[in-house]
Design a protein around this ligand. Structure first.
Ligand code: FAD
Length: 448
């Protein structure tokens, strides 16, 4: 998103260095749900929402008042960003059937057809390819930052087994967090136990040490985006909307242990971790399945045969090792909630870690700050690299926060680069540092 927005200025040359699209990014395996309060899609659906309401709900969940300026800045740009993505030809709708804990109105925007983040990323990368001033360089991990007289002036890229230094007037660190770095996860998120890891392999927290060496800080490192919806032995996730259609959670002792609608999926992961066997049966019925099956999550579960059909209460009782009366009690609706009817559907769910939420300290313009809260010149961060919106605990994560932080900070930084004086900062690249010409990276040289 940073590149897409910065490229609006034809005088800028933009390069995206990507560790490996074969390994992939979390945005592409995400549900691709973009939260925004006050869009034209919501207005058309008669939904009364605003950036302020969105920001207050994120902050109510996180309790992280120190992060208010960043939350407000992201919520302020989210409607324009979502509408812009739609205007580039991406089929967007507001998910009126996507209720989420902590969200007072439908606010998640997603693709018509619910194919998820893969479709979104294919669209945005295709769009990036249409800009003559952008190079997308794949299989080219950044391994460090270049410093000139104490100032960040470029990146070190590993390409074809060779390290190259590349000068840049501004650098956006968008390399996600550290959920696939076992040492860092042990250090900061050891209390999560041994969760199923549901993210991509590339999230190894590469940028954290670069920023810390420059005097930057990290915060909220103990928070993650967790999921209490991961199906045991399959790794797929059931829909977070199920509890809003009457689904219940019953633990391995046959007990109900939580108000299913009350907690978001990240907080639910912690609750599941405390149950016998760190799992519970998510039980629902045909009505709940019909209401949720058009989502990439439920499609994947059904394709993987991760959901079991249970024809009768007696069969359910046998599966849960209960007698029929106990099973009846276990699926009895709370007051005011929908009562499930047989046949039932069942998936054993456990807790997983999808991404980390702690990261580098930035300001509302996405600038990386040093320990005295001064911007480190030319350096920006977003998405999982930056401190996220969940606050100090995984329980504070509100659905959509991840992509809001990734795309929203990309939008803010990219727009600023497109309209600012960034080109003037570009330091000369010394002859010895000149990268070997690569057709992909430098075919755009005429635009320099
Ligand atoms: C299963 C799942 C479902 C999710 N669903 C949602 C959802 O519906 N809504 C939501 O808001 N959030 C969701 N999230 C969270 C969301 O996907 C992430 O918060 C978001 O993608 C983070 O964006 P990012 O750009 O920081 O990281 P990514 O999307 O992971 O992108 C980072 C990129 O950086 C590359 N990279 C890493 N290291 C380097 C390096 N050294 N040099 C060069 N490139 C590098 C990676 O290869 C990758 O392409 C989900 C996450 C998961 C795992």
């Amino acid at each position: 998103m940073t590149a897409l927005r910065a490229a609006q200025n034809p005088d800028l040359v933009v390069a995206v260095f990507e560790k490996s699209t074969r390994e992939g990014c979390n945005a592409a395996i995400s549900s691709g749900s973009l939260p925004a309060g006050g869009t034209r899609f919501q207005r058309l659906a008669g939904i009364d929402d605003s950036p302020q309401k969105h920001a207050e709900e994120i902050l109510a969940a996180s309790g992280d008042e120190e992060w208010r300026p960043i939350v407000e800045a992201l919520c302020a740009v989210a409607p324009a960003m979502v509408e812009w993505i739609a205007d580039t030809g991406y089929p967007i709708e507001v998910g009126t059937d996507m209720p989420r804990a902590g969200m007072s109105v439908p606010r998640l925007h997603t693709d018509v057809g619910r194919q998820g983040g893969g479709r979104l990323m294919r669209h945005l990368r295709g769009l990036l390819g249409s800009y003559p001033n952008v190079a997308f360089v794949d299989e080219a991990p950044i391994v460090g930052l270049v410093m000139d007289a104490g100032v960040v002036s470029g990146v070190v890229v590993n390409q074809n087994g060779r390290r190259q230094r590349i000068g840049a007037g501004a650098i956006m660190l968008a390399v996600d967090g550290f959920a696939n770095n076992p040492a860092l996860v042990r250090e900061y998120l050891g209390d999560l136990g041994n969760p199923y890891y549901g993210g991509v392999s590339t999230s190894t927290g590469d940028a954290l040490t670069w920023v810390q060496r420059l005097g930057g800080r990290v915060r909220n490192m103990g928070a993650g985006l967790r999921s209490g919806l991961v199906v045991v032995d399959h790794g797929t996730r059931v829909s977070p909307a199920l509890p809003f259609h009457g689904a219940v959670l019953v633990n391995a002792n046959g007990q109900r242990f939580v108000d299913e609608e009350r907690h978001g999926y990240s907080a639910m992961a912690g609750i599941l971790q405390g149950q016998p066997g760190e799992r519970a049966a998510m039980i629902f019925d045909a009505t709940a399945l019909a209401a949720t099956r058009e989502s990439e999550m439920m499609r994947e579960c059904l394709a993987a045969r991760a959901i079991r059909e249970v024809a009768t209460l007696a069969e359910l009782a046998a599966l849960l090792r209960l007698d029929v009366e106990q099973a009846r009690e276990a699926v009895t609706a709370r007051p005011g909630r929908r009562q499930l009817r047989q046949p039932f559907y069942l998936a054993w769910v456990t807790h997983g870690l999808l991404t980390t939420q702690g990261g580098v300290v930035i300001d509302a313009q996405g600038r990386v700050l040093d320990s005295a809260d001064r911007p480190i010149p030319h350096l920006y961060a977003g998405g999982g690299t930056a401190c996220g919106l969940a606050g100090p605990s995984s329980d504070g994560y509100l659905s959509g926060n991840g992509l809001l932080s990734a795309f929203g900070l990309g939008w803010i930084v990219g727009n600023a680069l497109a309209s600012g004086p960034v080109g003037r900062f570009a330091p000369p690249v010394r002859a010895a540092d000149q990268p070997r010409r690569s057709a992909t990276a430098f075919s755009k040289e005429r635009h320099r």
